[in-house]
Ligand binder design. Sequence first.
Ligand SMILES: CC(=O)N[C@H]1[C@@H](OP(=O)(O)OP(=O)(O)OC[C@H]2O[C@@H](n3ccc(=O)[nH]c3=O)[C@H](O)[C@@H]2O)O[C@H](CO)[C@@H](O)[C@@H]1O[C@H](C)C(=O)N[C@@H](C)C(=O)N[C@H](CCC(=O)O)C(=O)O
Length: 496
Amino acid sequence: MLLSSVLQDLNYVKIKGDTNIEINAVAYDSREVIENSIFVAISGFSVDGHTFIQKAIEMGAIAIIVEKDLQIEGNITVLKVKNTRTALARISSNFYHRPTEKLNIVGITGTNGKTSISYFLKSIFEHAERSVGIIGTIGTMINNKVKKNKNTTPESLNLQKIFSEMIKAKTDHCIMEVSSHALNLDRVAYSHFNTAIFTNLSPDHLELHHDMEEYYQAKAKLFELAKKNNIINIDDDYGKRLAQKVQQYDTKLLTYGIENTADIYASEIKYSANGSTYMVHTPRGNIEVKVNLPGVIYVYNSLAAIACAYSNQLPLEVIKEGIQKLEGIKGRFEIVYQKNNYKIVIDFAHTEDALKNAILTLKQHAKGRIIVVFGVYADAGESGTDKRRAMGQVAAKYADFSIVTSDNPKDQDPDLIIQEIIQAIEEESGTDTYDAVVDRKEAIKYAIDISEKDDIILIAGKGHETTQIIGKTEIPFNEAKIVEEVLRNKNRLLEI
Ligand SMILES: CC(=O)N[C@H]1[C@@H](OP(=O)(O)OP(=O)(O)OC[C@H]2O[C@@H](n3ccc(=O)[nH]c3=O)[C@H](O)[C@@H]2O)O[C@H](CO)[C@@H](O)[C@@H]1O[C@H](C)C(=O)N[C@@H](C)C(=O)N[C@H](CCC(=O)O)C(=O)O
């Protein structure tokens, strides 16, 4: 492809050299540069990509994009731009022939619920015989095959490549989780979203956004990118605020909720341990819906999917059947063992709000204690003290017993994380409502050891994840398999 075509619509400050040259690849990592590449130098969080320019040239880069004033020798085309991450998004989209214009892309943002909405939507669209791809915490799913990604919302270059692979695989709809990091770092810039969905906002990732206001402003950016529909939960305070803002846009606004008057809303909700039924009201009529995941959260998440399918003109009957067809989601309220009232449940709940909801949902139908096994993950650059306290308080307030353990401690001290959680539990409910077991596998084992008839064990935080990150090492960690292994050695449970 000609460099001039790759640079189409790119705003640059300065240019040196020829643009009439053939380009084979784009890279933002010098280690991935091949012959005749463009190398985009990114001023990163830990290192400065501009320091790898020489390396990139040695590897075969013939064009360099920078955001700093640098002297680059040789027959190299150099463009200076204001922001190389934004430029990377423009260049990547051009390089892959603007794939998002050929896909129906739904972007989902908010603290909780993004993954389950993706699955509800996939089920509905597939029931309507559409071909669906997913990008999110599970990785990328094309034709039902999953590949892991480094980030929930990949860097623009990786993202545009995925979009182009979806087109090759004849995918019509791409449902993607859009993280606030991605929005702030322009990973989704120049992507053409037809629909944007907002779920809710509660404290998370405050290491990058500093406070809730910044976090909200990051999420709100997605709604400037949507071309057709904006779908917003107006039972959430930030959602209410966003809906007011979005009303002024040219796109169609569709609100959903249970408590407030919304365009799409649920009534007559009947909760059970295995799921809920409710009446969904839409401007095109009402229909009864059955959701095979328990608790109010999945009523909200299914409503978001219904609103999106509705705005994509799907008939209510198809929507109803699509929702009902989804039997479960890996790592979301996943019952990995059940005998009478005794249950072991794995859930991705890793924020204070999600943990509270998960415990309360289980409590509604519990006959015994709720034992929660959880930790707090270390986010990039986060000290995380507030989050640890909040998670400890929630567990102390709502669970009957907590086993505090490690999540993904990464480079942080697992003992210190646990100490901070424990301190909050002690302040809230005293010293006899928890135990601490640093090793997560041992913690799960311990929970099963101390559990009794009618108890429910909630293993929270990692959900579908299959690894645990300790230090720089990512070790295989499959909670469903661990539970199975522990149970195999415990005949006692057969009596429960
Ligand atoms: C803190 C953060 O957001 N970091 C992201 C950032 O990395 P960075 O800026 O720190 O990169 P860096 O290591 O400083 O390197 C700077 C540049 O030099 C380049 N480099 C580096 C070394 C070398 O030898 N040669 C070279 O060219 C790097 O490729 C990069 O372009 O840019 C990278 C490329 O886009 C991201 O992969 C990386 O995400 C890291 C892995 C991360 O953990 N991000 C988290 C915080 C994140 O984004 N999370 C969200 C939300 C998660 C959720 O809620 O589910 C997500 O969407 O995943």
